[in-house]
Design a protein around this ligand. Structure first.
Ligand code: C5P
Length: 233
């Protein structure tokens, strides 16, 4: 089984303030997305990675990869698009025709993903065609409208969805093509596009640590998670 990683790293990181896109900000001496690539490679189940980055950062991103990662796994960078969905789609197009069975789509902004979660996503995709990492809601939850509770959500069935999300290549490509022809360009994630084709999406174990880095304070938390990963010392 050929398994490929696809990392969405083309966001602008506007919410982080000054200092450029968050995936290029240095944390513990390395750009954030280097930690993310290291985390994806840690379980040893991924044969290569494609990183979608903003067009203007292509050269710099490739430079950073060769500078910081000590691995034989091929890592290439492609230009992303205006939305996450578009960035993922461009990544998929760039790896089509390479005999890839399973693609593991992951946010560059989630450097704390555990090897167990990466494995669970890959295994879930192999077994069911599509699998997303998610965590059960820890607190009471509801849908709210206009400042009032519209409905309580049964906590035992409520999950928060993360990445990685892994798919059989043919399934996720078809899902993206279908969404594009329907005019959808800003899907919240990739699983929703597969559901939109009427396919089942399995839920596998994510973890509360696997946060999406949004604000500068989030960056401070990741410094203790850098051991054991194939990044150059
Ligand atoms: O903006 P948000 O935090 O939801 O982005 C999630 C991930 O998608 C980030 O890793 C970001 O770099 C990526 N992204 C992308 N292309 C875009 C927008 C976001 O690859 N146009």
């Amino acid at each position: 089984v050929k398994v490929w990683g696809l990392v969405a790293a083309a966001g602008s990181g506007v919410r982080m303030g000054e200092g450029g896109p968050k995936q290029f900000r240095e944390v513990a001496g390395r750009p954030l997305f280097v930690h993310t690539l290291g985390a994806l490679l840690e379980p040893g189940v991924i044969d290569g990675i494609t990183v979608a980055v903003a067009e203007g950062f292509l050269a710099r991103a490739q430079e950073i990869v060769s500078e910081h990662l000590a691995t034989d796994v091929p890592i290439d960078c492609v230009a992303g698009g205006a939305t996450r969905q578009e960035s993922v789609y461009r990544g998929l197009v760039s790896i089509a025709g390479r005999g890839i069975d399973i693609v593991v789509i992951h946010d560059a902004a989630r450097p704390l993903v555990s090897p167990e979660t990466v494995r669970a996503a890959v295994d879930g995709a192999a077994a069911f065609g599509a699998a997303v990492a998610a965590v059960p809601a820890a607190e009471a939850s509801c849908l709210a409208e206009g400042g009032f509770i519209a409905a309580y959500v049964d906590r035992t069935r409520h999950y928060t969805i993360q990445t990685p999300q892994a798919f059989r290549f043919d399934i996720i490509m078809a899902a993206h093509e279908k969404a594009r022809s329907a005019g959808t360009t800003d899907a919240v994630d990739d699983g929703v596009l597969v559901r939109g084709m009427g396919e089942e999406v399995a839920v596998v174990a994510g973890s509360p640590e696997n946060v999406k880095v949004t604000y500068i304070e989030d960056l401070n938390r990741i410094t203790k998670y850098t051991e054991g990963r194939p990044v150059k010392k």
